[in-house]
Design a protein around this ligand. Sequence first.
Ligand SMILES: Cc1cc2nc3c(=O)[nH]c(=O)nc-3n(C[C@H](O)[C@H](O)[C@H](O)COP(=O)(O)O)c2cc1C
Length: 193
Amino acid sequence: MKLLFVNACARKQSRTLQLGRYFLEKYHQCHNDLEIEEIKICEEENLLPLNGQRLALREEAIAKKDWHHAMMKYARQWKEADCIVIAAPYWDWSFPAILKVYMENIFISDFTFAYEKDGSVGLCQGKKLIYIATAGGDAKSNMGFDYIQRVAKELGEYECHYIHASNLDVIGNDVTEILQNVKKEIDGFVKNC
Ligand SMILES: Cc1cc2nc3c(=O)[nH]c(=O)nc-3n(C[C@H](O)[C@H](O)[C@H](O)COP(=O)(O)O)c2cc1C
């Protein structure tokens, strides 16, 4: 089983990444056949937003159905993954902008989704999407996860789950304890997932 780990954590000491890595370790223990591919999107030099020039290049590749074109790299990884894990800190009520750029690179018509007579259909094979976040304040409701969950519907038939740690930057809170509680939640989650 192929798992794509989308690491959108910018900070070296990222708590979100700590939870992401914990999730992967525990998930691996429950799925021996797991092949994990990680993409550190904050470090990818070729992950750029579309502009006129890049859009034209991409349209040319789509017209030729050139799915091995360098611009299709991110979409190819996403399309082939059985399970997608996204770790993204809660920034400005959603996520770091690079994750939006990444998603822009995933939506390739006729490859990851296609327009049909009655609307669009997803062409990706994945079945699960787990979104992990940590927040300074309360992230029970997270527009970042809402967005990912909504766009995942266009790409395939993903069962989406949200795992988060809130209030890490509230003065006086015990960060270790909050993270520990989320790790316990992950322990329970992976057993049933
Ligand atoms: C650029 C930036 C934007 C942030 N925006 C929010 C926010 O809107 N709401 C919130 O509760 N915390 C916000 N925070 C705090 C982070 O969500 C919090 O510190 C989180 O745990 C950071 O994750 P990390 O440790 O993985 O980097 C923000 C932090 C940064 C650096």
